[in-house]
Design a protein around this ligand. Sequence first.
Ligand code: NAD
Length: 487
Amino acid sequence: MTAERERSVVEAVPKGLFIGGNWRDAGGNATLSVEDPSTGTTLCDVADATPDDAIAALDAAAGAQQSWAETAPRERGEILRGVFDLMNERADDLALLMTLEMGKPLAEAKGEVSYAAEFFRWFSEEAVRIDGRWSVNPAGSGRLLTMKHPVGPCLLITPWNFPIAMGTRKIGPAIAAGCTMVVKPAQQTPLSMLLLASLLQEAGLPDGVLNVVTASSASKVSAPLFDDARLRKVSFTGSTPVGKKLMEQASQHLLRMSMELGGNAPYLVFGDADLDHAVDQAVIAKMRNIGESCVAANRFHVHESVADEFASRLAERLGGMKVGRGTDDGVEVGPLIDDDQRSKVAELVDDAVGKGAKVLTGGEKVGDRGYFYAPTVLAGIPDDATLLREEIFGPVAPVKTFSTDREAIDAANDSEFGLVAYVFTRDLQRAIRVMEGLEVGMVGLNRGLVSNPAAPFGGVKESGFGREGGAEGIEEYLYTKYVAVDL
Ligand code: NAD
């Protein structure tokens, strides 16, 4: 990858706020810097919105709401389908930009662009399937009619770890349902979203339907929107503590909420599992996105009969992974997003090791430039290790043993989170018993990857509520109106 190509891709991105179909500077011309986490250097500056800019974005969204809701579903779907095509045409630029601002290896960034685009194709097909019900009143006289309407202007807040996909799985259903929106991407990774907004504009999305506000202070720009009764919904993907704060703010106008929050995924390997397959899938479940994923396997609970074998094979695989800048050939593990994140990962490892865990591979920072951390496998994890309770969000795999199925299920559920769990067994009855016993929104059965635009993604407990993708995804942006018909 040449430095010139990197520069030209960054230069081509609009750096302003996208409001009412116009690209404009922030009030007061303030800007915020976007960093390359592999070097710690600045890539470029983008507009840093003020609270007034955020209100201007809501003005535009509210102004476009009625005509967008009245736009034919087929037309809304065709626009999404058009952006699906544009994203695939520009996949190389989108992927490179994402790697530069977020750090993930280029091959994974390409994978995210394709996954992200699929949400637009999926919801282009769902736009024309919004329907209602017609039924006979059980008492005989009268009929019951239900119809669906868009909820209205939405605030969509996205995290930095999947800079495009976390956006498209909200923007896709919102557009399909007939909602307008203000999008607030993470301050670390605004460029991917800005380029996506320019593609939506190019595909013919009417002015004001989608507005993008980039800001260094998320709370300052979002607070006035929560105070404004024109906003009808918030869809948030991010950490649980921030999600809880937003729930409080949303109570003021009783906003509809979708909450895609943190995870602490258990990865259960039973004694009868196909160990080769369990190790292959563990590499994906742990290392995809450098471990910075809400569905990353956070703790491996492995039956005592195979735990040593599993841990040593996993250590061999992770220890052999190439760490480096995501744009370099063959790199499988990029940098963490920033120094804070890397310090948090290092603290969790040090805590476990200090309490008796054994390092099978890794366990240290890599290099003196950027925010790299070595792929790490830890065995002999003590019960009080903090990384069993907290989301690691890094390339660290703690392996713990269990003896009975009951113990495995109890260990899996021993968390305030409930996003996803992975189960590896060849015994069908055990698989069903375990799946039914898990307190999670999603299960990967003999699979280390569950994400799929055609499936409902989401959690229970403190991992949040609401579903993104699948037939359920569009429902988050619709409300049901019931009409009692006299007859
Ligand atoms: P974060 O909560 O710090 O930030 C997420 C977004 O919220 C960012 O855009 C940020 O600017 C904004 N934000 C932060 N404080 C805010 C406030 N007071 N008001 C309004 N907006 C605010 O999370 P992060 O570090 O960007 O992302 C990592 C977290 O996201 C992890 O916990 C991860 O599990 C979670 N996540 C969940 C899913 C899911 O689908 N469940 C998917 C991806 C990431």
